[in-house]
Design a protein around this ligand. Structure first.
Ligand SMILES: Cc1cc2nc3c(=O)[nH]c(=O)nc-3n(C[C@H](O)[C@H](O)[C@H](O)COP(=O)(O)OP(=O)(O)OC[C@H]3O[C@@H](n4cnc5c(N)ncnc54)[C@H](O)[C@@H]3O)c2cc1C
Length: 362
């Protein structure tokens, strides 16, 4: 027997990780009616994320893709959320880059006087940072960086959505979704569209099987470091992020095989080895976690409307930079959905679409 559709929403949102949470807030701000369906135990990527944002890619020492636009939007959005949710979870913090060799410093000076002048400081001489960190080759600072306490932002948002009956805690069952070009129905819920924000689990979404995810498992440690005095984010092959109360997050690893969310001995050993190269003090491991980043082949988000089923949409592919990417592109996607603004072709899922093989729902 068919269930009568009782509730009419503008959008259903499947998934309340960072992506689903950010787009849900922006839709509410614009007066849209939403209902979120999320089973928190299914994925921990956002809960594991260190939440760092940094306009510079250290590997090649270049500006991160669309860094100015993303930062501009994030620095407006998260403080607004802090007011709405009545708590502090967005922190601007300088990042300290510790140099390993002379060559790195030469490149740093070159970039500092050119395209990265806004972000890079002069190189500091010295063999240690605050007596806590080895820095025999010197160090320098990156401005406009910081971190979002992602788990706290998600938890407070969840409570906010719950208080307004906007969220259901259950596993979304794709087999129960029916849709036309104009609407979707999920059990008794009707909406004009559904936004899939399932993180890495979207790899098994039956309508989006053509998404070129290149998922990357990551592991992080939480450590206690008595006597540590650096109140900045240290980076040298790993990051050390101060969390308060003498605790620090240390991360992270990247692995493209064995894609489960279980912490491993190999991941832990790798982090310990890198931590001990840079840290001058004894430490104690308090926690060890793993998650799967929704990373994509060409490192651009996966956003857009399904080319054949216009009621099905995707907001995903935040990769390892969800904190910076999500606010700007949630706003951009809503402008596309609501006002027909053209979607940036670099993020539009259509760039990957191919006609599905017979028998495939894609
Ligand atoms: C170790 C590690 C470190 C990281 N560090 C950083 C960092 O420093 N800075 C940064 O910006 N990013 C970082 N990231 C990346 C960041 O976690 C992601 O970019 C972002 O959190 C992805 O959010 P998401 O909402 O797309 O996915 P997820 O966080 O995976 O959220 C998806 C949500 O959908 C739910 N869901 C999925 N399927 C269903 C279903 N069928 N029914 C109901 N619910 C469902 C899941 O339970 C989950 O709640 C890190 C990631 C890892 C793993």
């Amino acid at each position: 027997m068919k269930t009568a559709v009782q509730n009419k929403y503008d959008y259903l949102i499947a998934g309340q990780g960072l992506a689903g949470t950010v787009i849900a807030h922006l839709l509410l701000e614009r007066g849209r009616k939403i209902c979120i369906i999320d089973e928190p135990s299914l994925s921990s990527s956002s809960k594991v994320a260190a939440g760092l944002f940094n306009p510079v890619v250290f590997k090649r020492l270049v500006k991160s893709w669309m860094a100015e636009e993303q930062l501009h939007f994030a620095e407006d959005f998260y403080p607004k959320m802090e007011v709405l949710l009545k708590a502090r979870f967005f922190y601007k913090k300088e990042l300290v880059k510790i140099f390993a060799e002379e060559q790195e410093k030469t490149l740093w000076e070159k970039k500092r006087s050119a395209e990265l002048s806004t972000y890079l400081s002069a190189i500091q001489a010295g063999s240690a940072v605050g007596d806590s960190i080895h820095a025999e080759q010197g160090y320098a600072f990156v401005s406009c960086a910081g971190y979002l306490d992602v788990p706290l932002f998600l938890e407070l948002s969840r409570n906010y959505f719950l208080a307004q009956n906007l969220i259901l805690h259950e596993k979304f069952n794709h087999a129960l979704l029916t849709f036309s070009d104009e609407m979707v129905t999920y059990r008794s819920l009707g909406a004009k569209r559904i936004l899939f924000c399932e993180g890495h689990l979207a790899a098994s979404n039956p309508w989006f099987s053509w998404m070129p995810f290149n998922l990357a498992k990551g592991e992080v440690l939480t450590v206690k470091i008595p006597g540590y005095t650096v109140d900045k984010v240290v980076n040298k092959g790993i990051f050390i992020l101060p969390l308060g109360n003498g605790l620090y997050r240390v991360g992270s690893t990247f692995a493209w095989d064995k894609l489960d969310e279980l912490p491993t001995e190999a991941g832990k050993a790798d982090l310990i080895q890198r931590l001990e190269k840079v840290l001058k003090l004894p430490y104690e491991i308090m926690d060890h976690r793993a998650g799967i980043r929704p990373t994509v082949i060409n490192r651009r988000p996966l956003i857009g409307v399904h080319p054949k089923h216009p009621a099905l949409c995707m907001f995903n592919g935040m990769g390892s930079k969800g904190v910076m990417i999500a606010p700007l592109f949630a706003d951009h996607f809503i402008a596309h959905l609501q006002e027909g603004v053209m979607l940036n072709p670099e993020v539009d899922i259509r760039r990957f679409y191919k006609e599905p093989a017979p028998g495939n729902k894609g």
